[in-house]
Design a protein around this ligand. Structure first.
Ligand SMILES: Cc1ncc(C[n+]2csc(CCOP(=O)(O)OP(=O)(O)O)c2C)c(N)n1
Ligand SMILES: [Mg+2]
Length: 321
């Protein structure tokens, strides 16, 4: 697949923004400035961007507890996200969601989700809406290797298939569910599961933006054209612990260093586009500088932003239809 220069620059920008955002949230959390639980997506950027760069606002995604990368890739405002994670009043969800419940329906981002396996059923609902109203929209559920074992996920595979819903399930297999290795916890294989439900399945190197893009393109097109659901098994890795504060007794630091050194998605993207003569190193350096400034400004704005007021406790309690 040939990509335009503008598209490649945007995709690199999105991946660099996710990385920088997550590194900054890690630092701010360590400094005690962020309340609640935080799960970082650094290392997995090529998956979110490889998929979401092909979606528009009429398409929706459901995320996981590790949701910042999906939000950024789907176009959520980075400063409003940072404020949300800081629990501020003008955060993306009024400071009431925090890291694990960030959502922006105007961007087709149905939300991060504290319930493992909570996204796939929601995405079946969104896909049924798209199919019924003939919007042409596609719905994508990101789910972890741990989440792939949940009954809710397997039931969603079945429902999506029997109703031929425009869905793509993206299983982000980062090797662990908390401290449990996916090689130990997943029975059979992700592709075998897809086949069991009559869905096409694709296995992909989740560090390779271009590989993710290609399989996602096929799955998204199939869904959009009425061909029903597909499953993508993206093999990747998370650079930080399960949550911020994780002592990581289940893996050695050398394991992470090796992956960072040999597989990193930003490094491999950079190498690939420069060696193919598609972009110059300076183009990417300029994006890195710009993104660093953006994240500095977002963090400063979040720190300075006001906290919710007592009266805010009683807003957003009931939904009006
Ligand atoms: C229904 C449910 N069960 C258990 C948990 C606790 N929990 C939070 S994250 C997690 C592991 C999820 O692993 P995975 O799906 O592989 O996602 P990853 O953290 O690796 O991105 C668990 C068990 C939860 N939040 N919800
Ligand atoms: Mg996992």
């Amino acid at each position: 697949m040939q990509h335009s220069r503008q598209f490649l620059l945007q995709c690199y920008r999105d991946m660099a923004t996710i990385r920088r955002f997550e590194d900054r949230v890690h630092d701010e959390f360590s400094a005690g400035k962020i309340p609640g639980f935080v799960h970082l997506y650094a290392g997995e950027e090529a998956s979110a961007v490889g998929v979401c760069s092909q979606l528009s606002d009429r398409d929706v995604i459901a995320s996981t507890h590790r949701g910042h990368g999906h939000c950024i890739a789907k176009g959520c405002d980075v400063t409003a996200m940072m404020k949300e994670i800081f629990g501020r009043r003008d955060g993306l969800c009024g400071g009431k969601g925090g890291s694990m419940h960030i959502a922006d329906l105007s961007k087709g981002m149905m939300g991060a989700n504290g319930i493992v396996g909570g996204g796939p059923p929601l995405i079946c609902g969104a896909a049924l809406t798209a199919k019924t109203l003939k919007t042409g929209g596609v719905a994508v559920a990101f789910v972890g290797d741990g989440g792939s074992n949940q009954g809710t996920t397997l039931e969603s595979y079945n429902l999506a298939k029997v109703w031929q819903l425009p869905v793509v399930f993206v299983v982000e297999d980062n090797g662990y569910a908390e401290a449990t290795a996916s090689s130990w916890s997943v029975g059979g294989s992700q592709l075998g599961r897809a086949a069991g439900f009559g869905m096409p399945g694709h296995e992909v190197d989740g560090f390779d933006f271009f590989a993710v893009y290609d399989v996602a393109r096929e799955a998204i097109e199939r869904a959009r054209e009425g061909g029903g659901p597909s499953l993508i098994h993206a093999k990747l890795y998370r650079y930080y612990g399960h949550f911020e504060g994780d002592a990581m007794t289940y893996r050695l630091p050398e394991e992470t260093l090796k992956v960072r050194e040999e597989k990193d998605s930003l490094k491999s993207f950079r190498k690939r586009v420069i060696s193919a003569g598609l972009l110059e190193g300076e183009d990417l350096d300029a994006i890195d500088t710009d993104v660093a400034r953006l994240i500095d400004e977002a963090a400063a704005a979040a720190e300075a932003a006001p906290s919710p007021k007592e009266a805010d406790l009683v807003t957003d309690v009931y939904v009006n239809y």
